[in-house]
Design a protein around this ligand. Structure first.
Ligand SMILES: O=C(O)CCC(=O)C(=O)O
Ligand SMILES: [Fe+2]
Length: 381
């Protein structure tokens, strides 16, 4: 969500300097205000009504303003349920004491509220589940590997934008999910961003490397509401990102793509930020631009590299914040989308998540909850 003031800010208006930037980044303020209420019970353990006044957090310290010249783009806000006068304050995640391993699920009632949010299911000892056989899982893994070699495995969507279908191998997907789960339940892990008296986003977010703050649309070294320092991006993840960029270059070099110098079209980068989003099956993300990284990174067009894991998303992208004009693609588990160079400021968002589309190695080996995990890697400077 380094959506340069243009990303995930919930909508509202206020004259304060910390007013929400409607439509910013994740654009939840506008598009998501109603979505936040729709989480399906199976997909999320939280159900917090936005109508109640949640306990208020210590007001976040105003982070230093970023030196971006480009003005933040404000989208006409869809009226939030919040009081216009009160400055937005982050709502602390509901904090039931919880040890994930000691059981955040109950046999009687299914999963219960837990924070930090666990993106994986805790498999209940007392429920009888019909699991796919190892044979089924292996068949699906084989299919994914074959698809990765097939004709449409790489797609040049527009200058600077490449889609690598099934790029992440099934076993690597499982490892990435498990790794994110560990980070996600630890310090600085997944939380549900929200605002006082306002809707909460129907996604959980966690940052690695640097923290992206939805309120100020800027990066910092610590998470303001709890002082947590985001863990560093592990080398294993960085390697997948570099491999993906190299694969995009090899693809662009191939005859027919007309790109003699692919690293001009998509520059290489060393990620030092990762924003992880977990979408429930009701999750969405409004059209936004990612532009909160430093100006040097943006002007070089250093790409955003996005990993999709779990259920399939309908992903929109285009030149304007206009869903009707946007192109649509499906992002499936294992897909890697890269947008840099001329497409670094492309508008993009997620219009829906299709339930029950995750492969069985994701649901039954990695135990990912129903929904989608998305990781976007960026280089800050
Ligand atoms: O979930 C996705 O595919 C997009 C996420 C995104 O745009 C972001 O984190 O900035
Ligand atoms: Fe984005």
């Amino acid at each position: 969500m380094a959506g340069g003031g243009d990303k995930r800010t919930p909508a509202s208006s206020s004259s304060s300097s910390r007013r929400r930037k409607p439509g910013a980044r994740y654009g939840p303020g506008c598009e998501r205000s109603s979505e936040c209420q729709k989480e399906s019970p199976g997909s999320s353990s939280h159900s917090v009504s936005s109508k109640k006044s949640p306990p208020q957090m210590v007001p976040p310290v105003q982070p230093p303003k970023k030196s971006l010249d480009s003005p933040r783009q404000i989208v006409p806000p869809v009226q939030p349920t919040t009081s216009v006068d009160s400055p937005p304050q982050m709502v602390p995640p509901v904090q039931p004491p919880q040890s994930v391993d000691s059981g955040s699920t109950s046999c009687a009632s299914g999963s219960v509220v837990s924070d930090p949010f666990d993106i994986c299911r805790v498999v209940s000892k007392c429920s009888v589940e019909v699991k796919p056989s190892l044979l089924d899982i292996n068949r699906e893994k084989r299919r994914a590997r074959e698809l990765a070699k097939s004709a449409n495995a790489l797609q040049h969507l527009r200058p600077g934008m490449v889609l690598l279908k099934n790029f992440l191998k099934p076993d690597d997907q499982v490892k990435i999910i498990k790794q994110c789960r560990e980070f996600g339940i630890g310090t600085g892990g997944f939380y549900q961003p929200g605002y006082r008296d306002g809707p909460k986003l129907s996604l959980r977010m966690m940052c690695l490397g640097k923290n992206w703050d939805p309120d100020s649309c800027s990066y910092g070294d610590i998470r303001l509401f709890d002082g947590a320092q985001p863990p560093k991006i592990p080398e294993s993840l960085t390697k997948f990102v570099k491999d993906a960029i190299e694969a995009s270059h090899a693809f662009l070099k191939q005859s027919g793509q007309g790109t003699p110098n692919p690293s001009k079209e998509i520059p290489s980068m060393s990620p030092d930020i990762c924003i992880a989003n977990f979408y429930t099956t009701a999750g969405k993300l409004g059209l936004h631009q990612d532009k909160d990284e430093a100006r040097s990174s943006l002007t070089k067009g250093l790409p955003v590299v996005s990993f999709s894991l779990g259920d399939t998303a309908e992903f929109l992208y285009g030149d304007a914040r206009d869903e009707a004009k946007a192109s649509k693609i499906k992002l499936e588990s294992g897909d890697v989308l890269i947008f840099g160079g001329q497409s670094r400021h492309v508008f993009h968002g997620v219009s829906s998540i299709t339930p029950k589309t995750a492969p069985t190695y994701v649901t039954d080996e990695a135990n990912l909850r129903p929904g989608r995990l998305n990781l976007t890697f960026r280089q800050y400077e």
